[in-house]
Design a protein around this ligand. Structure first.
Ligand code: AMP
Ligand code: MG
Length: 349
């Protein structure tokens, strides 16, 4: 399949006369799938109401059929057709964080394709905060089911080039709207329970949620191996570059020893570190890639997937990553790093 590519800069969401977006929207109306930027990562969109279109998402990504999709909307009014009874908690969260990187799990009205929900009686919905995503949905007039636009198991795409790398020839089109900002996927919150539960940590932090609705729980399966996560997608290994990733917990000397030990074993060592650690380490390892600064962890979120992908164009045999406190956006960063590492941790203690 020929993948059409468009570039759209500085879209004014109130103006709908962008020829690129008209073409992309026409393909979506013809049951095709098109990748587009959101503020979190690039999404792979399809008409959420069409079985045929939604199936194409699963095919292109190689995504397991039991992993449901998030439906993206542009107006709250669209919810009337999509979900039953909106709890007050959901209203408050929408008010505070939409458009933005927050997905709400609500009672489904079963109006979307059965492939979207993967047989669940709930539906995940979000209003993205990106002019291109919003304009594309406005022009097409469709709610879009859209997972991240990567091959299943690969790091999510934060640029159109990442999407191209994974899906060129497999999808109808890619709208390039520049690099995404947040860099990690949305926070998924189950609003069907008395107390809302974070099913996936993401761009909106637990602390921010609690400031709006009081107590918020975290799905215990996110920190324990013994339980099945309530969000089906969380059980899959994700975000992994080709070389194995190990999280290194401990002081600078311990990191240096760990690097030298691996090099002694004949391994080429890749290092995923912050600017601060790079400065403290000096010359170390074989390939050192920096992901941002410890003084503002949102920079780490923005760069993480790009850096994980970048290791694939090096010849390292093993990757050591530094770790972060699991508070604020650090919770989402550590959740993705844990998955990239498949829980492999080398600890000083
Ligand atoms: P992605 O679109 O690749 O960011 O993945 C979407 C995430 O949302 C996956 O982890 C899904 O399992 C999760 N998800 C989607 N719909 C639901 C739902 N109805 N209930 C729980 N989790 C969901
Ligand atoms: Mg994904």
């Amino acid at each position: 399949m020929l993948t059409k590519k468009w570039t759209v800069d500085n879209v004014d969401p109130l103006k709908m006369n962008y020829p690129q977006l008209k073409e992309a929207a026409a393909l979506l109306q013809q049951e095709e799938v098109v990748a587009f930027p959101t503020e979190t990562v690039y999404g792979l969109g399809a008409n959420a109401l069409s079985d045929q279109a939604v199936q194409k998402i699963f095919e292109a990504k190689g995504r397991p059929g039991d992993n449901p999709l998030i439906v993206h909307i542009t107006k709250k009014e669209q919810l009337t057709d999509l979900v039953d009874n909106l709890p007050e908690v959901a209203e408050k969260l929408m008010q505070a964080f939409w458009p933005g990187p927050l997905t709400l799990v609500l009672k489904s009205r079963d109006s979307v394709s059965k492939y979207v929900t993967a047989g669940l009686d709930t539906l995940a919905v979000r209003m993205p905060d990106h002019p291109v995503a919003l304009a594309l949905m406005e022009v097409s007039g469709l709610p879009l089911a859209a997972p991240s636009a990567n091959l299943s198991g690969k790091p999510s795409p934060t640029t159109a080039a990442h999407v191209d790398e994974d899906l060129d020839g497999k999808i109808a089109g890619i709208v390039d709207g520049g690099p995404t900002g947040v860099g990690l996927e949305s926070t998924v919150v189950d609003c069907t329970t008395e107390i809302p539960i974070i099913l996936r940590p993401g761009g909106v932090t637990k602390e921010q949620l609690e400031a709006v609705v009081g107590q918020v729980e975290v799905d215990p399966a996110l920190t324990s191996q013994d339980q099945a996560p309530k969000s089906p997608g969380m059980k899959y290994t994700h975000y992994a570059p080709v070389a194995p990733v190990f999280l290194v917990e401990g002081g600078l000397d311990f990191l240096k020893e760990t690097i030298l030990r691996a090099q002694k074993d004949g391994k080429k060592v890749g290092l995923l570190v912050t600017e601060e650690t790079k400065f403290e380490l000096g010359e170390a390892g074989d390939v050192m890639l920096t992901c941002g600064t410890r003084s503002d962890l949102s920079t780490v979120a923005t760069n993480l997937y790009d850096v994980l992908r970048a290791f694939n164009s090096t010849d390292v045999d093993i990757i050591f990553s530094e770790t972060f406190p699991k508070t604020g956006v650090g919770a989402a960063i550590m959740n993705r790093l844990d998955k990239a590492a498949g829980q492999k941790i080398i600890s000083e203690r």
